[in-house]
Design a binder for this molecule. Structure first.
Ligand code: NAP
Length: 343
């Protein structure tokens, strides 16, 4: 039997797509145009993991139970508070008959899914381990990839966990590569985070010597780290939830001028105005953060009379997996940092 290529046949009692659905059917008997994955690890979206950690008072057993409860209730790992998911790695267990001659995958291939866990039918049989520092949950379980679902075969020259960590935020560096132009002044909020560092790297490459890439972090240590590793031209220490402080510090760092582009990679709410205020008219704010509120951004920009372009951080852009893996191949510095932090 063939299902809808977007997976609507798995939505229970609603006329919506699987992502906004309250519950999806996570029965692991696949349709002819689905792929069954034997899952080894979930990379929970940072905003989601942070919320669950806080709700569970950082208690690992409580976090485990919460994740099991969410998947049981929703048939997918979609945080009911943040709405976000994450991604997974696993190996191909079965390919539906209809896809056999359409896909380049074969049984046994290791892949990372590049569609969100917030729409992926998932069954967890056992949680083996949780690594809270890197938002990773090692499991025994199964998942379904729909016909329209995108994925990346795990590269052989990069460690599996490293690829997983980087591919989780692949949209950000790839969009950065598209948005930054030579000579641009760019501010990255959350610059020492996972997506932040990849964005710094791509922004510096594109902005070049005439550009200025400014990374905003919370502490001196992170600022020093960014400078030492040449990931930014200027490091700014400030609280991304304090728009006025950030505005003053950014203007000071950019010779009194407003900037061309702000990339928001933080994992906390209430940073919309911090992103908007320093940007000049016709400039761009790229909201990669999942904690962004559309109303706060739209009404906030209007409220301060800013004619700027605001881009929603689509997790997908063509070639995003290649851009991200290539950044790790090209830059030994970045690769070593990622190895240290995310393996
Ligand atoms: P991450 O590694 O946790 O990085 C977040 C960074 O934000 C950290 O360096 C953190 O600093 C910093 N930060 C938090 N609060 C701050 C504050 N008040 N002032 C300054 N810095 C602050 O997260 P990530 O994996 O890069 O993800 C970043 C965001 O992207 C998350 O919201 C995530 O949900 C979202 N995301 C979006 C997509 C998409 O498709 N659009 C896909 C994946 C992830 P500390 O270490 O000091 O806390």
């Amino acid at each position: 039997m063939k299902g809808c290529k977007y997976g609507t046949h798995r939505v229970i009692n609603e006329n919506v797509l699987p992502q906004p659905a309250i519950k999806v059917n996570n029965d692991m008997d696949i349709y002819d145009n689905e792929i069954l994955i034997d899952v080894s690890a979930l990379n929970i979206d940072s905003a989601s993991f942070t919320q669950i950690e806080e709700e569970c008072s950082h208690d690992i057993e409580k976090i485990k139970s919460k994740i099991i409860e969410i998947v049981k209730e929703k048939g997918k790992m979609q945080n009911p508070v943040t709405g976000s998911g994450g991604m997974l790695i696993g190996s191909i267990e079965k390919i539906g008959n209809d896809l056999l001659d359409k896909t380049d995958l074969k049984v046994g291939d290791k892949i990372a899914t590049l569609v969100s866990l917030s729409l992926t039918p998932l069954r967890i049989d056992e949680i083996i381990d949780i690594k809270p520092d890197i938002d990773r949950v090692e499991i025994k379980g199964k998942a379904i990839l729909f016909e329209s679902g995108i994925y990346a075969k795990l590269p052989e020259d990069i460690e599996e966990n490293l690829a997983l960590a980087a591919l989780d935020v692949a949209g950000a560096p790839a969009q950065t590569q598209k948005l930054v132009k030579e000579g641009d002044s760019v501010l990255i909020l959350g610059a020492a985070g996972k997506s932040g560092m990849l964005c710094c790297y791509e922004a510096k490459k594109k902005a070049g010597k005439k550009g200025r890439v400014m990374g905003l972090v919370r502490g001196e240590k992170q600022a020093q780290f960014l400078i030492e590793n040449k990931l930014v031209d200027v490091a700014i220490v400030a609280d991304a939830q304090n728009p006025n402080e950030v505005l003053q510090k950014v203007l000071r760092a950019n010779k009194g001028c407003e900037i061309d582009l702000c990339i928001n990679c933080v994992n906390v709410s209430n940073t919309e105005m911090t992103s908007i205020l320093p940007v000049k008219d016709d400039g761009i704010v790229y909201f990669f953060s999942m904690a962004t509120a559309f109303t706060k951004a739209a009404l906030g920009a209007e409220g301060v009379g800013k004619d700027i372009n605001m881009v929603i951080g689509n997790g997908y852009t063509k070639g995003h997996a290649d851009v991200t893996i290539n950044a790790l191949r090209e830059s030994e510095t970045l690769r070593n940092i990622f190895k240290k932090l995310y393996i």
